[in-house]
Design a binder for this molecule. Structure first.
Ligand SMILES: [Cu+2]
Length: 116
Protein backbone atom coordinates (compact mmCIF):
# COMPACT_ATOMS: atom_id res chain seq x y z
CA UNK A 1 0.00 0.00 0.00
CA UNK A 2 2.65 2.49 1.11
CA UNK A 3 4.87 1.36 -1.71
CA UNK A 4 2.22 2.06 -4.34
CA UNK A 5 1.68 5.55 -2.91
CA UNK A 6 5.40 6.26 -3.22
CA UNK A 7 5.42 4.85 -6.72
CA UNK A 8 2.51 7.10 -7.62
CA UNK A 9 4.17 10.16 -6.14
CA UNK A 10 7.39 9.34 -7.94
CA UNK A 11 5.52 9.13 -11.24
CA UNK A 12 3.90 12.51 -10.61
CA UNK A 13 7.20 14.16 -9.71
CA UNK A 14 8.83 12.64 -12.78
CA UNK A 15 6.04 13.91 -15.01
CA UNK A 16 6.24 17.39 -13.53
CA UNK A 17 10.00 17.42 -13.93
CA UNK A 18 9.85 16.50 -17.60
CA UNK A 19 7.04 18.96 -18.22
CA UNK A 20 8.97 21.82 -16.66
CA UNK A 21 12.25 21.06 -18.40
CA UNK A 22 10.62 20.92 -21.83
CA UNK A 23 8.97 24.33 -21.52
CA UNK A 24 11.61 26.24 -19.57
CA UNK A 25 13.36 28.65 -21.85
CA UNK A 26 16.57 30.22 -20.74
CA UNK A 27 18.00 33.70 -21.07
CA UNK A 28 21.66 34.29 -21.87
CA UNK A 29 23.42 37.61 -21.53
CA UNK A 30 25.60 39.31 -24.10
CA UNK A 31 27.59 42.35 -23.00
CA UNK A 32 27.99 45.27 -25.38
CA UNK A 33 31.61 46.30 -24.98
CA UNK A 34 33.82 43.86 -23.10
CA UNK A 35 34.83 44.19 -19.47
CA UNK A 36 38.39 44.74 -20.74
CA UNK A 37 37.22 47.73 -22.78
CA UNK A 38 37.19 46.18 -26.25
CA UNK A 39 34.71 47.15 -28.97
CA UNK A 40 33.12 43.71 -29.12
CA UNK A 41 30.16 41.68 -27.99
CA UNK A 42 30.98 39.37 -25.11
CA UNK A 43 30.56 36.53 -25.80
CA UNK A 44 30.55 37.19 -29.54
CA UNK A 45 28.87 33.86 -30.26
CA UNK A 46 26.08 32.35 -28.19
CA UNK A 47 24.39 29.02 -28.83
CA UNK A 48 20.85 28.67 -27.58
CA UNK A 49 17.75 26.55 -28.11
CA UNK A 50 14.66 27.67 -30.02
CA UNK A 51 12.49 29.71 -27.66
CA UNK A 52 15.44 31.00 -25.65
CA UNK A 53 16.13 34.68 -25.13
CA UNK A 54 19.25 36.77 -25.52
CA UNK A 55 19.54 39.72 -23.19
CA UNK A 56 21.78 42.45 -24.57
CA UNK A 57 23.35 44.49 -21.79
CA UNK A 58 25.14 47.77 -22.47
CA UNK A 59 28.54 47.60 -20.81
CA UNK A 60 31.45 49.76 -21.98
CA UNK A 61 32.38 52.19 -24.77
CA UNK A 62 28.77 53.13 -25.58
CA UNK A 63 26.82 53.83 -27.67
CA UNK A 64 25.96 50.41 -29.06
CA UNK A 65 23.08 48.69 -30.77
CA UNK A 66 22.49 45.31 -32.40
CA UNK A 67 21.24 45.01 -35.96
CA UNK A 68 20.32 41.71 -37.61
CA UNK A 69 20.26 42.25 -41.39
CA UNK A 70 17.06 40.79 -42.80
CA UNK A 71 15.56 40.39 -39.33
CA UNK A 72 14.07 43.70 -38.38
CA UNK A 73 12.01 41.96 -35.67
CA UNK A 74 15.23 40.97 -33.89
CA UNK A 75 17.08 44.22 -34.44
CA UNK A 76 17.47 46.97 -31.89
CA UNK A 77 18.47 50.01 -33.92
CA UNK A 78 18.11 52.44 -31.02
CA UNK A 79 21.48 53.31 -29.57
CA UNK A 80 22.07 52.42 -25.93
CA UNK A 81 24.10 55.05 -24.09
CA UNK A 82 23.76 54.27 -20.38
CA UNK A 83 25.75 51.40 -18.85
CA UNK A 84 23.37 48.67 -17.76
CA UNK A 85 20.71 49.60 -20.31
CA UNK A 86 19.36 46.37 -21.78
CA UNK A 87 16.84 44.73 -24.03
CA UNK A 88 15.83 41.17 -24.83
CA UNK A 89 15.16 39.27 -28.04
CA UNK A 90 13.58 35.82 -28.18
CA UNK A 91 14.63 33.43 -30.95
CA UNK A 92 11.91 30.97 -31.94
CA UNK A 93 13.35 29.62 -35.19
CA UNK A 94 16.52 27.52 -35.47
CA UNK A 95 19.25 29.04 -37.58
CA UNK A 96 22.36 31.20 -37.47
CA UNK A 97 21.81 34.90 -36.92
CA UNK A 98 24.65 37.33 -37.56
CA UNK A 99 24.42 40.81 -36.15
CA UNK A 100 26.53 43.88 -35.68
CA UNK A 101 26.76 47.14 -33.80
CA UNK A 102 26.15 49.97 -36.26
CA UNK A 103 28.59 52.54 -34.82
CA UNK A 104 31.36 49.95 -34.41
CA UNK A 105 30.83 47.53 -37.27
CA UNK A 106 33.98 48.84 -38.94
CA UNK A 107 35.91 48.11 -35.75
CA UNK A 108 34.77 44.50 -35.89
CA UNK A 109 31.95 44.66 -33.36
CA UNK A 110 29.97 41.74 -34.74
CA UNK A 111 28.25 38.81 -33.13
CA UNK A 112 26.40 35.61 -33.84
CA UNK A 113 23.44 33.82 -32.30
CA UNK A 114 23.17 30.13 -33.14
CA UNK A 115 19.67 28.76 -32.47
CA UNK A 116 19.47 24.97 -32.31
CU1 LIG B 1 29.18 49.23 -30.46
Amino acid sequence: MLRSIFAGLFAIVLTLGIGISSVSAKTVEVKLGTDAGMLAFEPSTVTISAGDTVKFVNNKLAPHNAVFDGHEELSHADLAFAPGESWEETFDTPGTYDYYCEPHRGAGMVGKVVVE
